[in-house]
Design a protein around this ligand. Structure first.
Ligand SMILES: Cc1ncc(COP(=O)(O)O)c(C=O)c1O
Length: 425
């Protein structure tokens, strides 16, 4: 660890890089901690070729990507339509200049407005999800003149400034004092929310289905009531759709399941099509004067790059199609039934399946079972991760373009893994 390795030193015969040495180079110059961890648990995966649902490691093993980096690969790896949109954008555009007026930004923002509840017509673009959340919180504080922000215990909104302050202690305690005014409440508890929201509250921010907390699907009435509580106190409701957006739950926006109109919505991950990073903070037009007064109060040089906007326009066109959303719901149903049946066949695992559409979680009887299964699944060619704030839950987010045939293959591999785990073979 820490020992410098020259990039050319990993070259093997005839100057061709020896792929097996990449983890060493990565450990020396990027992240020794990750390499140590993955080596320790036999989970070393250096992605090589990839396409659709499949991620191939450089040593030739194939994995079904059933995490998709929290929705980045909703449309699969290297989706041809998305690549086509980027390639074609590159003939005309580049990153663009955030000082100037931009056609691609204007078109994408108008398209987003068309898909959002009435009034949510305004968009500011960013590069990553944390940035979109930071801006949502800045805006809420700016327009309300209040500073208190309430978020969910176990929730996750990113590792940037204000986003980090909404999250759990373990992510922030080593970075000194955070911005004041942040507090957490249990998710899905209207009673706790009622007690926490006051005349000092600028905003309440929740993920629609908190992923890091363990894929928690709230009660049907939760968001309606949360919105009522916020409105009564003059606080704003920010909904983080960074994982649940772009069709992941079987609706274009996850909050559409819950009869709620957020004041601010944050988007990221899947918006990129897995090809070009971009994020967005969409907000109600009644807050537009805030930016009108000072259009340079928030700046992101690369936010909403023009080639990124052109790419995201294609992503949104694909994701909003009813046929596409129906497919997500159908596949979600197939996986849910399949996994439940397998759970019943291996009762020792204590499996509970939960989720919305293809935003799914497999909760096992304890953390050890889930962690062990991540490895068994990996060895059987299924790539998944567990929830950081509840490791007894494996996040199961296959690409939304997965076919029934591929779904069946995935289920067979999971079945095999469950049997191996249960020791029944
Ligand atoms: C719900 C949610 N919000 C925000 C973020 C932060 O996004 P980014 O990593 O792009 O900053 C994430 C990332 O995992 C997330 O899952």
């Amino acid at each position: 660890m820490g020992k410098k390795i020259n990039a050319s030193a990993i070259n093997g015969t005839a100057g061709v890089p020896d792929q097996n040495k990449i983890p060493d180079l990565y450990a020396a110059h990027v992240s020794p901690g990750k390499v140590d961890l993955y080596r320790k648990y036999g989970l070393v995966l250096v992605p090589g070729k990839r396409g659709g649902c499949i991620l191939r490691s450089i040593d030739g093993k194939s994995y079904y990507n059933c995490h998709c980096n929290g929705g980045v690969f909703n449309l699969g790896h290297r989706n041809a339509r998305v690549i086509g949109a980027l390639t074609s954008a590159l003939r005309t555009y580049d990153i663009g200049n955030h000082h100037l007026i931009s056609g691609p930004r204007a078109r994408l923002a108008a398209m987003l407005a068309d898909t959002m509840p009435r009034g949510l017509t305004q968009t500011v673009f960013g590069v990553g999800g944390g940035e979109a959340v930071d801006l949502g919180i800045k805006l809420a504080r700016g327009v309300t003149g209040r500073h208190e922000i309430i978020s969910a215990r176990g929730g996750y909104h990113g590792h940037t400034g204000f986003a980090l302050a909404t999250g759990d202690k373990k992510y922030r305690e080593r970075f000194g004092p955070m911005a004041p005014g942040f507090r957490q409440v249990p998710f899905n508890s209207t009673e706790a929310l009622k007690r926490a929201v006051s005349a000092k509250t600028a905003a309440v921010i929740f993920e629609t289905v908190p992923a890091t907390a363990g894929i928690l699907v709230p009660d049907r009435g939760f968001f309606t009531e949360a919105q009522r509580i916020c409105r009564a106190a003059g606080a704003l409701l920010i909904i983080d759709e960074i994982q649940t957006g772009f069709g992941r739950t079987g609706k274009l926006w996850g909050f559409e399941h819950f009869n709620v109109t957020p004041d601010i919505v944050t988007l990221g991950k899947g918006m990129s099509g897995g090809i070009y990073p971009i994020s967005a903070t969409v907000f109600h037009e009644r807050f537009a004067p805030f930016f009108k007064k000072d259009p340079f109060i928030h700046i992101s040089t690369f936010g909403g790059s023009e080639v990124g906007c052109q790419t995201a326009i294609e992503v949104l066109s694909i994701s909003r199609e009813q046929k596409f959303l129906d497919h997500v719901l159908r596949m979600g149903g197939l996986f849910k039934r399949g996994l439940q049946e397998m759970g019943e066949q291996s009762p020792g695992l204590g499996l509970q399946v939960r989720g919305l559409g293809l935003m799914m979680g497999m909760k096992f009887k304890d953390e050890t079972t889930a962690l062990f299964l991540v490895k068994v699944l990996f060895d059987n060619g299924i790539y998944v991760v567990y929830s950081g704030n509840d490791p007894s839950v494996i996040q199961f987010l296959p690409p939304l373009i997965i076919t029934e045939q591929e779904g069946d293959r995935v289920l067979r591999r999971i079945e095999k893994s469950f049997r191996q785990m249960a020791g029944t073979k």
